[in-house]
Design a protein around this ligand. Structure first.
Ligand code: NAD
Length: 413
């Protein structure tokens, strides 16, 4: 059965709300998005023909502050996916003590099938048709299918329409337009930093730990390098089209170089190939899903050999699988903490953009690490207070309590 991200996220919220004794009216309020818009974008193609693309923006709750985050451009994007992602973003912000709510949106389109000019026109049109209300209301950022260049076009479109310099109106833009340093590596480095904090709590030895990673994109490749630099041994990596395995450890720089030259990890010398199924259940100490949602199913969880699962991707573990992993004594470092590097970075990007005062790389790095580690420790502490093993539930309870406090203070419930 296909993975139902919205059902899983809503169920998880209700489970955490019950344990955390969250006000039922607040839970009802958070069970759906506060605001959403679905719209259609007509686009003139290079050959003179016209096409229409479905587009969305979901703002889950602005109880703690303006809604923020990703703009996904992918062929199968639908409203339910945006609703689930927006809810998770509310939790990620609140668990990280960031004064923002969850926003997510995008366009159902395949960027690979558009020319550069068509893609630029589509990104700009998204902002024209969405008409975002600015930094104090809802702030789109990048996600799957969008990057710094897409966000530069979107910010430019916003500033052209309003006639105002407003760097904080769009996140993940280039530093020259008011973006922040450290954007590309924030999530991957954060994955390692949160892992390190979790490892310390269970006396897990980093030196020589064998790591398997699914996904070698922006997040997976940066995390892989960080694991290697800390003395761990990355033994397996799988991408969409190929996988590599070496008991002696893979050289991450060589892998990056090889993929740059060959466009794929296929036939990388001095390594065996590995399938997705084998990677997820291979004999390793740390498993890092950094590609897809719903890949650690009940069946996979029963066979996971790793002592720690570090969720770099959003929602890679089903709720049933999560329970099995916990019962089997596997430490699960949940997505809302492990991959929150980018949300902390976006908060720093906002502060810099609003003040037009820009920080050095060292300050950003130090703050990202401090904020991520603190969020993990807080979630672990809350889990312990409630007598549960799940740090995931600890993070969700922490987030829900903060949102509840804001909702009640505003008199909404
Ligand atoms: P990316 O597009 O740069 O890389 C995706 C990687 O996943 C690629 O290596 C690709 O080959 C691999 N992949 C895709 N389908 C696969 C399959 N069927 N089997 C094995 N590998 C497959 O994306 P990214 O930015 O690295 O994001 C990875 C995950 O992390 C996504 O789930 C994303 O939502 C999540 N995430 C990313 C960020 C961020 O800042 N980029 C922040 C939070 C969460």
């Amino acid at each position: 059965m296909a993975y139902d991200f919205l059902e899983q996220s809503t169920r998880l919220m209700k489970q955490a709300a019950e344990i955390g004794e969250i006000n039922p009216d607040v839970v009802e309020l958070l069970s759906g998005p506060g605001r959403l818009i679905a719209f259609r974008i007509p686009l003139k193609m290079d050959d003179g023909s016209s096409r229409v693309f479905d587009a969305y923006r979901v703002c889950h709750t602005d109880a703690l502050g303006p809604t923020r985050d990703g703009t996904r451009i992918s062929p199968d994007l639908n409203l339910d996916e945006c609703k689930a992602l927006a809810l998770v973003m509310s939790i990620k912000h609140a668990a990280g003590r960031i004064p923002a709510g969850g926003g997510k949106g995008g366009i159902a389109a395949d960027p690979g099938k558009l020319s550069k000019q068509e893609f630029e026109r589509l990104c700009r049109a998204y902002i024209r048709y969405l008409r975002p209300s600015g930094p104090d209301c809802d702030v789109p950022g990048a996600d799957v299918g969008t990057d710094m260049q897409s966000m530069a076009w979107m910010l430019d479109e916003y500033e052209q329409i309003t006639g105002h310099h407003a760097p904080a109106a769009v996140n993940d833009k280039p530093p020259i337009l008011g973006g922040t340093l450290g954007g590309y590596e924030a999530t991957g480095l954060g994955v390692f930093e949160v892992f390190e904090a979790a490892a310390e709590q269970i006396d897990f030895k980093l030196e020589g730990a064998r790591v398997a990673i699914q996904g070698f994109g922006q997040v997976g490749s940066v995390a892989a390098k960080a694991f290697q630099d800390a003395g761990c041994k990355v033994i397996a990596i799988r991408e969409i089209d190929a996988g590599v395995y070496s008991e002696d450890g893979l050289d991450i720089d060589k892998l990056l170089e090889y993929r740059e030259e060959n466009g794929s990890l296929e036939d990388f010398p001095d390594a065996d190939s590995i399938s997705n199924e084998d990677l997820l259940t291979c004999d390793c100490d740390v498993l890092v899903p950094a590609a897809l949602q719903g890949v650690i199913t009940k069946e996979v969880a029963e066979n996971v050999k790793a002592r720690m699962v570090v969720e770099a991707a959003n929602s890679p573990t089903t709720l049933e699988a999560d329970e099995i992993l916990l019962e089997r004594g596997v430490t699960v470092v949940p997505d809302v903490l492990a991959n929150a590097g980018s949300v902390h970075l976006c908060q720093m990007e906002r502060t810099q953009g609003l003040s037009d005062d820009y920080w050095g790389a060292e300050t950003i790095s130090e703050q990202r690490r401090r904020r991520l580690v603190h969020s993990y420790q807080k979630a672990a502490e809350i889990a312990e207070e409630h007598g549960i093993k799940s740090v995931r539930l600890g993070a969700w309870i922490h987030a829900l309590k903060r949102i509840e406090e804001a909702v009640l203070a505003r008199g909404w419930c």
